[in-house]
Design a protein around this ligand. Structure first.
Ligand code: NAP
Ligand code: FE
Length: 366
């Protein structure tokens, strides 16, 4: 038997109105919450549900609603300052991956202060304020991972910080908050989840448990992925959210691979949404896996019940018109990607030339 460990300490609560019906669970986290969120949670009902659950428990709350996509260290510092001024002793994240990741960094830096130069230096102790997460997008799976991905301006990329204490204590999953999530965000976040499940299976750190989670994620996610460009019912939103969580549980064990490592340049320099950036690079990656006869490819396709051409056609249809990026820039991104630790974590470990080919195949020549 392959030797492996499995650790996923987050209590997951799924179901319609679960923040309200199981809100008593927040009581175990502390007296006073810092709610970390963006602007949309005030409109989709998630913030109101969290505030009433906390009030019913007699807990106080301070709202920090200034998290923007691809959160920066400055944003995290603003959150830590507000947390300390308010005397909050736990954190509730409400939103997509950006507020969830900002919340993890706030909960960690509040008890382990770091200078700007040291934020990305690693070596965090397993200490953070307790957290509950309420995802309002279905894609990142951040509610069940120990990673916070922040914009790293010094490195001109996005970099994750991690410790086992960054797993939230609680994750509440309810697709109703996504009723009005725009089509483009639905597609892009679903592509992120798909990428997590696929990359988990292509990782050198895959385990029997992470593969089982990834296959179940793909079985549910792939048919839904094809529907994300149209109207989804709330039940389908629930399913998407569940599949995204399974994909998050996958990467919590396996980590991500070259696709994520390469996509960060597309987001940092061209502002391309995180999930879309991964989606743009996936087709070329899967074709390389076929060329290199990577065994996991067959298992991925079987979990999707589709062929390689079929999966690539699905991705193409969802991605639509691709951005135009000069070849010289793509060559520069390929060089950057080669220094990312994710390259070596990939079972198909791409060469510098192969990374360049994937970038070139993702964008029309300009
Ligand atoms: P996001 O940046 O959190 O949100 C994208 C946009 O969607 C924002 O404008 C947001 O508005 C809006 N939005 C969120 N929920 C909505 C809803 N229910 N209805 C309407 N609009 C809504 O996007 P994301 O794709 O979820 O997260 C991406 C981030 O997660 C990236 O930084 C990525 O690196 C990270 N990530 C983390 C992990 C991990 O394991 N930690 C894994 C993958 C990706 P507001 O923000 O104003 O509310
Ligand atoms: Fe991701």
């Amino acid at each position: 038997m392959q030797a492996f460990t499995y650790y996923m300490p987050t209590r997951v609560i799924c179901g319609r109105d679960c923040v309200l019906s199981r809100g008593a669970l927040f009581a175990e986290l502390g007296r006073s919450a810092l709610i970390v969120t963006g602007k949309s949670s005030a409109k989709n009902g998630a913030l109101a549900d969290v505030l009433s659950a906390l009030e019913a428990n007699g807990q106080t709350a301070t709202v920090f609603d200034r998290v923007t996509p691809n959160p920066t260290v400055a944003c995290v510092r603003e959150g830590v300052a507000l947390l300390q001024a308010a005397g909050a002793d736990f954190v509730v994240a409400v939103g997509g991956g950006s507020p969830m990741d900002a919340a993890k960094a706030i909960a960690t830096l509040a008890v382990q202060p770091r200078s700007d130069e040291e934020v990305f230096a690693g070596g965090y102790e397993a200490r953070a304020l307790p957290m509950a997460h309420v995802p309002t997008t279905a894609g990142t799976g951040s509610e069940v991972t120990p990673y916070a991905i922040l914009t790293n301006d010094a490195g001109q990329t996005k970099t994750s910080i991690t410790s086992s204490a960054m797993f939230p204590r609680l994750a509440f999953l309810d697709g109703k908050y996504m009723a009005h999530l725009p089509v483009s965000s639905t597609v892009n976040t679903a592509l992120d989840a798909f990428s997590h499940a696929v990359e988990g299976m292509l990782s050198r750190n895959a385990t029997p448990m992470s593969d089982a989670l990834a296959k179940e994620s793909l079985r549910i996610l792939y048919p839904l992925l094809q529907k994300t460009a149209g109207e989804l019912t709330i039940d389908e939103r629930d399913e998407l959210l569940y599949a995204s969580m399974l994909a998050g549980m996958t990467i919590a064990q396996s980590g991500t691979t070259a696709v994520h490592g390469m996509g960060y340049s597309l987001t940092y320099f061209y502002g391309i949404d995180h999930g879309r950036a991964n989606g743009l690079l996936l087709g070329g990656t899967l074709r390389l896996c076929e060329k290199k006869k990577v065994p996991a490819l067959e298992e991925i396709l079987s979990a999707c019940s589709d062929t390689l051409d079929g999966v690539c056609a699905t991705l193409d249809a969802l991605l639509g018109q691709r951005e135009s990026i000069p070849r010289a820039r793509l060559e520069e991104f390929a060089v950057r990607a080669m220094s990312n630790k994710n390259i070596k974590k990939s079972a198909y470990e791409p060469t510098a030339e192969e990374v360049k080919t994937i970038f070139f195949s993702a964008f029309p020549a300009s």
